[in-house]
Write a protein that binds this ligand. Structure first.
Ligand code: UT7
Length: 429
């Protein structure tokens, strides 16, 4: 049976600290007029000291799971697309896995800069369509404020922080992620990068003195590249999905520069009412920009059942990618009842306790003499044979419906079948 990867949950997290263009003009040689006219950005949000890529990812993911009515234990794979991970390793996705209590999930970070979310969506959809996963959590999250150089006016005003997440679920109803196209050109890598902090230029006094841990960008070069690829890759993805350009209901581009977005929309012949933009409020949030925009579009009632949505990204690498999604869920979305949210709260408290217990257990194990450690964690040979597990029911059936259950039991989420196309008459043919 063919499986389709449907978006069944979505969530975003935006830090509280809004920074306007005027705020930035107070600390460097720039102006609201320059930033607005060259980019379309009016303000952005910067993370507070307690906020990180992982904490924002977790908040966005929880919302997405609530909306999907899926228990964390049902997630098979977590992908976090980011260029500002919590650490070089472990992956931010693993921290998300632990905080959610996603006990059966694989987790990894994906590095494709501003195209990261589209890459993640594509990988998630592949995992579902191949049958390898039934539920995939795809997150785009950034704390770019931590890698921006306050002495560089060519980058500092452009970027912001935030996170967006979607839950993909396997479903037999046609729709969901219809197609994607990914691309890269490493020869342009030096035009947008963070030179130091990796294996080529490990942190040293020299890299710090030369401010090499901050984002460097050749804006003009990236601008030229973006205007070339954005429309083209969106068109290719539509062709692959068999969706004519005039049937696109919503175009959600990476929110880097309003002029780049306008150029791509013009190339595709999409009217401005079908183009979603929010960079005036958030700036460029890199891998988080497309999922945050998708969440906002849904909140604003701009997504209806069976809508064909084109999402496109481009950025460091250089990388680019576009995906076509046919929205399957009945809209508008009904908010969860308070008691359901309460049950969810308990699920995440339980995940926290589990995490504390696992850390403790490791500490206790370390203190035990070696022979007792063996008893504590029996080796495979010594382990008693486990009783046979009952066959797992499919994920669709573990879904809770209308918030009836927080542990995933209940009816599947409804996916509306695609609208039948009107039959052509002989004359039309
Ligand atoms: O997610 C992907 C990441 N990046 C992008 O998509 C960025 C793509 N590029 C762009 O959006 C644009 O190239 C920028 C917004 C970055 C720059 O706009 P531009 O029209 O290409 O400006 P420019 O780089 O050609 O600079 C024009 C002038 C320069 O002065 P001179 O050399 O002509 O005297 C800059 O020094 O503007 C100056 N400038 C500024 N002036 C005031 C650069 N940044 C600023 C600033 N405030 N913040």
């Amino acid at each position: 049976m063919a499986l389709y990867a449907h978006i069944v949950g979505w969530g975003k997290y935006i830090p509280e600290n809004a920074v306007t263009n005027d705020d930035i003009a107070k600390i460097m040689d720039t102006s609201d007029e320059w930033i607005r006219s060259r980019t379309g950005i009016g303000q952005r949000y910067f993370a507070g000291p307690h906020e990180t890529t992982a904490s924002m990812s977790i908040a966005a993911a929880r919302l997405a799971l609530d909306r999907a009515r899926i228990a964390p234990s049902s997630i098979d794979l977590i992908i976090v697309a980011t260029l500002t991970p919590e650490h070089i390793f472990p992956a931010t996705a693993c921290l998300v896995q632990d905080a959610l209590g996603a006990t059966h999930a694989g987790a990894f970070d994906l590095s494709a800069a501003c195209s990261g979310f589209i890459y993640g969506l594509s990988m998630g959809s592949n995992a579902i369509q191949s049958g390898a996963a039934k539920v995939v959590l795809v997150i785009g999250a950034e704390t770019l404020s931590r890698v921006l150089d306050i002495e560089d006016r060519t980058t500092y005003p452009l970027f912001g922080d935030g996170a967006g997440a979607v839950v993909l679920q396997a479903h037999p109803t046609p729709g969901g992620v219809l197609s994607y196209v990914l691309g890269s050109d490493g020869s342009g890598g030096e035009h947008l990068n963070i030179p130091a902090g990796g294996s080529k230029l490990p942190t040293s006094q020299h890299t710090i003195d030369n401010r090499l841990h901050y984002v460097k960008m050749n804006g003009r070069e990236v601008y030229r590249f973006a205007t070339r690829v954005m429309g083209k890759v969106s068109k290719e993805a539509c062709e692959r999905a068999g969706v004519p350009l005039n049937e696109i209901d919503l175009f959600i581009p990476h929110q880097a520069n309003i002029r780049i977005i306008e150029s791509a929309s013009k190339f595709l012949g999409i009217s401005s009412d079908k183009v979603f933009t929010n960079l005036d409020r958030y700036g460029n949030t890199s891998a988080a920009s497309v999922p945050i925009a998708l969440c906002e579009a849904i909140e604003q009632g701009r997504v209806s059942t069976n809508d064909k949505i084109v999402m496109v990204g481009f950025g460091g690498g250089l990388t680019w990618g576009a995906a076509v999604v046919q929205w399957g869920l009945p809209m508008p979305y009904k908010r969860r009842q308070w008691w359901y949210r309460g049950l969810r709260w308990l699920v995440y408290r339980q995940a926290r306790l589990r995490s504390i217990w696992l850390r403790w257990r490791r500490q206790i194990e370390n203190k035990l003499p070696e022979d007792e450690q063996k008893d504590f964690l029996p080796s495979k040979k010594e382990a008693k044979p486990k009783p046979e597990k009952p066959v797992k029911e499919p994920v669709e059936q573990r879904h809770s419906d209308n918030g009836r259950s927080a542990n995933g039991a209940g009816k599947p989420v409804e996916i509306a079948p695609p609208e039948p196309k009107p039959e052509q008459t002989v004359e039309e043919k």
